[in-house]
Design a protein around this ligand. Structure first.
Ligand code: FES
Ligand code: FES
Length: 176
């Protein structure tokens, strides 16, 4: 934790290499920053943008807690360098809600108790969002496949799958 920002930032080692410009769009907002070339995208979200919704679990690309959507695809932000996001369009869990209104997907996660400690939840939501963006009526097998890279230590998988199914149904109905 760092002592500069109320202890909210994950520590990272500044490489000493010259900072490089990073221009991208995060949750619909243009972002222009100078960044250490060794900083990960997850560290960038936390330390530079103060977006703490994306969680760090393993930090090694294994658990899916840090999943975000970059250019329409899910990525583990702990193993992507921030500078790889140049010109990218990034969606994090903070970008799912519309103002104060939670998205249908978030509402269904709450309704189905699809969160226990909640640490995996942002990554689960992002993987589910990416699935529903390309497949509005996924089968249970497809939902399981989409969430396969996201581990829930509380093993709350059944409510999560049910929440994604319910969200898909509601989203389809809203489109009618
Ligand atoms: S924190 Fe990135 S995959 Fe685990
Ligand atoms: S709710 Fe705790 S890890 Fe999934």
């Amino acid at each position: 934790m760092c002592d500069k920002h109320n202890g909210n930032c994950f520590e990272y080692t500044i490489s000493g290499m010259p900072p490089v410009p990073l221009n991208c769009v995060v949750n619909g907002e243009d972002v222009h920053k100078m960044v250490d070339p060794t900083m990960t995208l997850l560290q960038f979200l936390h330390n530079e943008l103060k977006l703490f919704g994306t969680k760090e679990g393993c930090g090694e690309g294994e658990c899916g807690a840090c999943t975000i959507i970059m250019n329409g695809k899910t990525v583990n932000s702990c193993i992507v360098l921030a500078i790889e996001a140049e010109d990218a369009n990034i969606l994090t869990v903070e970008g799912l809600a519309e103002g104060n209104e939670l998205s249908i997907l978030q509402q269904e996660f709450i309704k189905y108790d699809a969160l226990q400690c909640g640490f995996c939840t942002p990554g689960m939501l992002m993987s589910a969002r990416e699935l529903l963006d390309r497949n509005s009526d996924p089968s249970e097998k497809e939902i399981k496949e989409a969430l396969a890279g996201n581990f829930c230590r509380c093993t709350g998988y059944v409510p999560i799958i049910n929440a994604v199914k319910a969200a898909a149904k509601r989203e389809r109905e809203e489109l009618k």
